[in-house]
Design a binder for this molecule. Structure first.
Ligand code: SAM
Ligand code: SF4
Length: 390
């Protein structure tokens, strides 16, 4: 029996893809192993959102190629695979096959071709019509927590971001399939599900079947209510896109105890000028209004965000606005990133006036502001009893 070792970088969608790939390989007679040294096949699921993540692929392939007595079969899947395609064979030696983001259901076929002696095996094709999105029987990272994809791809084309190119356009999964999946997970004893997608609240299925009986202004808030009605203990959703974050999502959280009191709403910048250059589709004022509404909730909703420092042309004044936004919003936690130029995106063509040194300084300064505000905010938990999943 051939042993496969899977290594995953990047977002929850990548983790979820890897889990389904592991399940389908196991069903086809492979042994999925956590031990990289004994694997016959190494599969690396890649991320291309920032340059640093992309470089991990180069490092890891080098290690598998050079430090093992017998080189394993090496496959690359995920966003770097989709963007680079066959060119990866020239860029990194030792790679045997490349699988795009929509071709993850055909990994076993690619492995077979390599063992049949084919070289340059590449599949960047579309998803099979009957692709199995089910996670109920999947090899999951936890028996108690499951990622449930509800939408894939992105139509927003923020000027700095590679995701619309690596993951394609938005496709929402059918509501009835999602609910069936959640019911099955609940039956199996899963305590917490995460509804995942690049922008979950842009959820818009072709037909609303399965949502007819639930109220709410947007398909996403109706889906939240439908998932809450399954009675599963804890439901989280991630990531929300600010422009599509409508108050009915907060109403759903207020009405359903099993919708966890946490929202991740990436602001990216506190400056309208930068937000416009990023093409985020929201102003800082419209974002603040959503935060105000979130803070009015009796559920004490925890709030987290993503912020990019050093976007091309970001001035000291723009950066000051971002610091003010962080103070205003009072985030419980924030992921702060130094802007990373991604070839192929519009921002890559903009003049990058912010030096790496300046980006680093802004990163440290903003982290300090966030840490202070976070520490203050977390005081509210002192002496309180809350339910956690350990
Ligand atoms: N769809 C979500 C949204 O609109 O906020 C975010 C998904 S993106 C994969 C995750 C985060 O990576 C973004 O929120 C952004 O902060 C960061 N990111 C994306 N491209 C980046 C870049 N070129 N440089 C630095 N950070 C980047
Ligand atoms: Fe990237 Fe913007 Fe799409 Fe988020 S909404 S994945 S940041 S393009």
């Amino acid at each position: 029996m051939k042993k496969v070792y899977l290594e995953t970088f990047g977002c929850q969608m990548n983790v979820s893809d890897s889990e389904r790939v592991a399940t389908s390989l196991a069903a086809k007679g492979f042994e999925v192993t956590p031990n990289e040294n004994s694997a016959d096949i190494v599969l690396i699921n890649t991320c291309s959102v920032r340059e640093k993540a992309e470089h991990k692929l180069y490092t890891r392939v080098g290690q598998f190629r050079n430090y093992r007595e017998v080189k394993p079969v090496i496959g690359v899947m995920g966003c770097v695979a989709q963007l680079e395609g066959e060119t990866l064979f020239d860029k990194i030696s030792g790679i045997d096959f490349v699988i795009g983001t929509k071709a993850v259901g055909r990994v076993a076929d690619a492995i077979q071709k390599v063992y049949d002696g084919e070289s340059g095996v590449t599949d960047l094709g579309e998803r099979e019509l009957d692709y199995d999105w089910s996670v109920a029987d999947a090899q999951r990272h936890s028996p108690y927590v499951a990622f449930v994809p509800i939408i894939e791809g992105c139509n927003k084309f923020c000027t700095y971001c590679i995701v619309p190119f690596s993951r394609g356009r938005e496709v929402s999964l059918s509501a009835s399939e999602i609910i069936r999946n959640v019911l099955e997970l609940r039956r199996q004893g899963v305590k917490e599900i995460h509804l995942i997608g690049q922008n979950v609240n842009s959820y818009r299925p072709k037909s609303d079947s399965g949502l007819e009986t639930f109220h709410g202004a947007t398909p996403f808030s109706r889906l939240l209510r439908a998932v809450a009605a399954t009675g599963i203990e804890r439901i989280k959703f991630n990531t929300s896109f600010p422009r599509d974050f409508h108050p009915d999502i907060i109403d759903a959280i207020n009405e359903h105890e099993n919708l966890c009191n946490w929202v991740h709403l990436p602001v990216q910048s506190g400056s309208d000028r930068v937000l416009k250059m990023m093409k985020r589709g929201h102003t800082i004022e419209s974002y603040f209004k959503k935060i105000d509404k979130l803070k009015e909730s009796s559920r004490d909703i925890a709030l987290t965000t993503d912020i990019i420092v050093g976007f091309p042309g970001e001035t000291e004044k723009d950066f000051e606005d971002t610091k003010k936004a962080v103070e205003y919003c009072g985030y419980d936690s924030a992921y702060i990133f130094k802007y990373s130029p991604r070839p192929g995106t519009p921002a890559f063509e903009m003049d990058d006036e912010v030096t790496l040194g300046e980006k680093k300084l802004r990163f440290i300064e903003l982290e300090g502001v966030q840490k202070r505000s976070q520490n203050q905010r977390l005081q509210r938990y002192l002496g309180k009893r809350v339910q956690v999943l350990a």
